[in-house]
Design a protein around this ligand. Structure first.
Ligand code: NDP
Length: 396
């Protein structure tokens, strides 16, 4: 029996709200609040049970505090944008309510994300006796839980970790991003970075690539090395358990990369303001306004995603082994169930599960936590139960 306040009414929220509404044995009361009330009402109208909706500017802490005091949630699920993380954490601190999100804080004026700003809340959350669960999406999120599961169930030491995210979907558009275009393009155009023997090694954006043969009928795809936020917490937490190298890879189609290269070359991915006809505009924000809304891709997208972790290490039987754990998610099936494509689905389901484990006290504590800090077992069970079943195989 829990009350949940969900903030943000975009693609990920659409799935998280549907999934919370399905879990009526746990989430007895749901409030969906965002900057644009009509988007909340549109999601609410798709549900089989009534929920409350509200307008809130999540950058305005007093407004958030007022809403939280009025609705009295057990947990706040932040599925707005990374820019709102700290404001929502401030409001949770003021009201004494648990906090869950799916992406780490990023300042709007620098394309740089890092946990340091959120980890800095550790003492304040501890003192208040509340919990912040960071990164409860798929990657970060499920990938952290997969790694913790591999160590708990199969390995004495994990030596190398490769997180691999494949989207083998096709939306038929010349160029579109599968989640918020601004966040997505900032991430993809940043320098790559991986961790080896205690050091970060930087690479030029998308300059390291190889081909991987994916399961589930997906087949061979080019994967590109990128930096991704879960590498920061996983290397910190697993270095002491023998980890020597951690990398993150993502697939991109040649067509996506061709468009991105041109947009970057002409300056359309810049995030600094430029003067146009006497007005300051940020080119990337202008580009976002021109690109298809990721939510509109739902009915158009066909194919599957495959996200997982390849791990090498010393198994519990003492042998050196290679292990792969992954989920395959169908864009069409996701749309049939919750009217969203698989990118939003694979994020919204773990967001709901994280909030559920916190609200019900299965994952408990006071302070700021990453996903791998908790017992992976209850989360792994719920992934199978709520639509993201996983497969594990030993490759060697
Ligand atoms: P969308 O752009 O589709 O949705 C964002 C929502 O947040 C919109 O409804 C937007 O409002 C709302 N919002 C933005 N600013 C404010 C504000 N100041 N106050 C209130 N509401 C606000 O994004 P997605 O759904 O694609 O992504 C949501 C989050 O999930 C992001 O943080 C993203 O980084 C993360 N993510 C995590 C993944 C993972 O695996 N961990 C994968 C994919 C995404 P409006 O409608 O008015 O614009």
């Amino acid at each position: 029996m829990a009350r949940i306040l969900i903030i943000g009414a975009g693609g990920v929220s659409q799935v998280a709200v549907h999934k919370c509404a399905q879990a009526s044995d746990v989430f007895t009361d749901i409030c969906l609040a965002s900057r644009t009330l009509s988007k909340c009402d549109k999601i609410a109208a798709q549900l089989k049970r009534p929920i409350r909706t509200a307008r809130v500017d999540a950058d305005n802490v007093p407004q958030l505090v007022k809403l939280i005091k009025d609705f009295r949630p057990d947990v706040v699920l932040n599925v707005a944008l990374p820019y709102q993380d700290l404001h929502i954490m401030d409001a949770c601190l003021e009201t004494g309510v648990h906090y869950v999100d799916t992406a780490n804080y990023e300042p709007p004026d620098v394309a740089h994300f890092e946990y340091k700003w959120q980890w800095a809340y550790q003492e304040r959350f501890k003192k208040k006796g509340i919990l912040a669960l960071l990164g409860s999406g798929f990657d970060p999120g499920v990938t952290n839980v997969y790694t913790a599961w591999a160590l708990k169930k199969h390995f004495d030491t994990i030596e190398t970790l490769d997180i691999i995210d494949a989207n083998a979907g096709d939306h038929g558009q010349p160029f579109a991003t599968n989640f918020n275009p601004e966040i997505n393009i900032r991430e993809v155009t940043a320098k790559g970075r991986y961790w080896e023997k205690g050091k970060w090694i930087e690479t030029d954006p998308l300059s390291v690539k190889k081909t991987m043969d994916f399961p589930g009928g997906i087949g061979p795809k080019k994967i590109y090395l990128m930096f991704h936020e879960e590498l920061e917490s996983l290397t910190k937490n697993f270095a002491k358990k023998g980890l020597k190298r951690a990398r993150f890879w993502m697939t991109f189609s040649d067509n996506y990369l061709k468009h991105l290269e041109v947009l970057r070359n002409v300056g359309m991915t810049r995030i600094d303001p430029v003067l146009y006809n006497g007005h300051e505009i940020v080119p990337l924000q202008f580009l976002k306004a021109l690109l298809p809304d990721p939510a509109s891709l739902g009915p158009l997208t066909k194919g599957k995603t495959c996200i997982g972790c390849k791990i090498k290490g010393t198994a519990k039987d003492g042998r050196k082994r290679e292990y792969y754990i992954y989920n395959i998610c169908s864009h069409e099936e996701s749309y049939k169930e919750v009217q969203s494509q698989a990118i939003s689905y694979t994020t919204g389901v773990p967001a709901m599960i994280g909030a559920m484990l916190v609200a019900t006290g299965v994952w408990k504590g006071a302070g700021v936590f990453n996903m791998e800090d908790f017992d992976p077992e209850p989360f792994m069970k719920k992934l199978n139960q709520y639509g993201l079943p996983w497969t594990e195989v030993f490759l060697k």
